[in-house]
Design a protein around this ligand. Sequence first.
Ligand code: NAD
Ligand code: IPM
Ligand code: MN
Length: 352
Amino acid sequence: MKTIKIAVIPGDGIGQEVVPPAMDVLNTVAEVHGGLKFGFTEFPWNCEYYVKNGIMMPDDGLKALSNFDAVFLGAVGNPELVPDHISLWGLLIKIRREFQQVINIRPAKYFKGLQSPLLNPNDFDLIVVRENSEGEYSEIGGRIHQGEDEITIQNAVFTRKGVERAMRYAFELAMKRKGHVTSATKSNGIFHSMPYWDSVFNEIKDDYPNIATASYHIDALTAFFVSRPQIFDVIVASNLFGDILTDVGGAIMGSIGIAPAANINLNGKFPSMFEPVHGSAPDICGKGIANPVGQIWTAKLMLDHFGEIEMGNTLLDVIEGVIRDGISTPDIGGKCKTVEVSEEICRRLKTI
Ligand code: NAD
Ligand code: IPM
Ligand code: MN
């Protein structure tokens, strides 16, 4: 029996509403599979934990997580209780950094029967490879003047290793897909980092002569996500550009509530972490109507990560079927509660 040990962090807000249903789905996957078992251990780290303890996770928290095969996280953030930069840098970003989860993969695709806000959403299928450890997410900088001439500086960091790693990951991924990589740049306006980004991209692409490429400024690229998402296969983007693009990716599918993500550790030294694109959604929290599909599709990415490709594809087929049949939450036009969607997914999995 293959056993996968998973550290579960439901986190804040709707994270607590979508993680348990996704665990039910994973347990059903294991039951249907027959040779697979998930061992879940839950960690109660979130903003309430911070209010009680003054920290987002215990000092030995990372050590505890490092004993697991993967981390399965809901969402972090309750700005009413704790400022976002404290909660996120104390838990989510801390895990991404310390566990060297340098790549964030975020797919978006057309779902039959799902109302997209696009006029022509037909058949787009793309993956954003988001550099996940550096770029615009940096602690370097600070306030250097007070008063009338107040100045705050935020430095962005682009290392050769970080940029090249993300780009090579994107090219390798494209080789297994449609053979196309788009670079998200902004070398017309950002003076140092983005011309550098372009030069590395131009160099790396020569190593992949069979892969077609394109490069668009992030502003135009974001508009293309809306006007012609079908032109994309794999998109490689810096940390912030990738963050913004993938909320658009969720929106063009129909809702950010279905968008999945995987934070990948490439060197095998630490677990990877699986968490959807969306946040804790304070505006709908407590109503039982959060869409669980983002968390469940994220579980599919976790299955892929552990080599359970066939099972992962089956799960995605079931998700698509459930959506096509209108068994869905209000964000995509349905009337169902969170658990009604996940229960139907479990029921259908059992009939396979
Ligand atoms: P958000 O993603 O939480 O919500 C944006 C909008 O999408 C809201 O209207 C929300 O109701 C809707 N939405 C999100 N997920 C949904 C779902 N599963 N089903 C239905 N609707 C859904 O973004 P925000 O409002 O900017 O952030 C709220 C909090 O979450 C903040 O504290 C933020 O920092 C945090 N956040 C955390 C993560 C993470 O942990 N990975 C990601 C993004 C935001
Ligand atoms: C995401 C989130 C995080 C990010 C925030 C909450 C720090 O928006 O995972 O998309 O920007 O990476
Ligand atoms: Mn985001």
